[in-house]
Write a protein of this length. Structure first.
Length: 134
């Protein structure tokens, strides 16, 4: 039994050594020509406008996290569907519970208004340059 753990440890160690060796070789072999153009912010071939450090609205991050949650849900449902026929009703109940938990979370986020891209009528937006403190 310990032999399998030893094999795993050797594999992980050799993998880590390979990664660091490749990074080290790359650091010595790549050309080093620093300049203003290379250090400038890259925006898909368009000349950058304004500062590179701007504040993004939290809704972007919230929607991205919700997307990841449901993306991972799909990744979990594929193996579940693969063994569904073998497990029968037990798998069906477990699948429904899993999806139900995620739907409860989605409805909670929706009810909290975190999925709204525009402000609701009557909801004030802080003046430009003045951010609300939490």
């Amino acid at each position: 039994m310990y032999f399998h753990f030893f094999n795993l440890g050797v594999f992980l160690l050799l993998g880590a050594v390979a990664v660091f060796a490749m990074l080290l070789v790359g650091a010595f072999l790549r050309p080093k020509r620093p300049g203003r153009v290379k250090e400038d912010t890259y925006e898909c071939g368009i000349l950058p406008e304004g500062e590179g450090w701007i504040r993004f609205d939290m809704r972007f991050y919230t929607v991205a996290l919700i997307f990841l949650v449901f993306d991972i849900e799909i990744a979990f449902l594929f193996p579940w569907a693969r063994v569904f026929e073998k497990l029968g009703a037990v798998a069906l109940v477990e699948g429904f519970i899993f999806v139900l938990i995620l739907l409860v979370g989605l409805f909670y986020v929706w009810a909290a208004g975190d999925l709204a891209w525009v402000k609701s009528v009557g909801e004030e937006e802080p003046p430009a340059g003045k951010e609300e403190k939490a």
